[in-house]
Design a protein around this ligand. Sequence first.
Ligand SMILES: [Zn+2]
Ligand SMILES: [Zn+2]
Length: 335
Amino acid sequence: MTRTTPPRPVDIAEHFPELRRYSATATRLHPRPGGPSTADSSIGGPLLWPSDEPWPVCDDGDDHYIFQLQTPATVRRTREIYAAAQARADASGTRYELTDEELAELPDIDFSEPHDLVKQPIPLIPVAQLYRRDVPDFAGPQGTDLLQVLWCPLDHPKEGHNPRVRLYWRRAADVTRPLETAPEPPVVSDAYLPEPCVVHPERVREYQYGGLLPEQLDARIVAWEKAGEAGDEDETGRSYHYDLSLAPGWKVGGYANWSLTDPYPMDCTECGTAMTLLFTADSSEWHGTGGSWRPVEEPAQALSGPTEVVIGRGYALYVFRCPVSFEHPPSTAMQ
Ligand SMILES: [Zn+2]
Ligand SMILES: [Zn+2]
């Protein structure tokens, strides 16, 4: 099934033609739980990985910030239990309730595996695998057709308490002997273990975050929004920030939403060049139940967090790349 973003309530570029200069396309990935293979683009799915290439690990050990650690198996079982209870409630129209057996199986609320487990090298986990053919806004070195995003599923204080992201580009045809089973970390922070999802890429148009537009233009847009509030009832959907500029959810390309901290420069640590947004991992796919970004195929009560990934308190993790060279290291920002 495809996923289709509803038309924007207002074509903002008609009101402010100069916005076209501050516009870019993005590919919304629309991840939904499924059973992707290594031949598919996916979130949290298996990677097409050469068996003779070492699987990347994180050696940060004691430098991780450790709160609660769980084995990937426990995280998956916990999600299964909640999903089963939800399915029963949906099917019978009764209240959501866990059975005594299910309650007994769930880990205690403050449970953690021993913290010492992070002293060993932690295998990174697959976050995204994106084939160029599937993603109109794919960016990568010439000759590559596959981007793989991995992260260490623990908090890194030196990187804003975020998972540490590594990017790999390759040519799928070069992987003649794929790895059969990827190593798994002994423990994870449960919010950083994505559910295996298939993707439904869709290209949308975005406009730069308000705080990064020329001041005058931003001020005129704000005035236009306010005029709408005071005006007639039909003038809804005038929020540049929520409805007209930036798509929420997992995406490739486009712009970052800087509403948590206000914008700060993202410059390449190698060469100092201003970086561009490559990839976004988001805690939710649309805002609230009435959000204008919910695909038309989704019912109002559909869950907006299909990947189960949660960044901070429901924020997004933006991964930037250097426009000068794909070999320069990526940077991340949580917003
Ligand atoms: Zn780590
Ligand atoms: Zn650079």
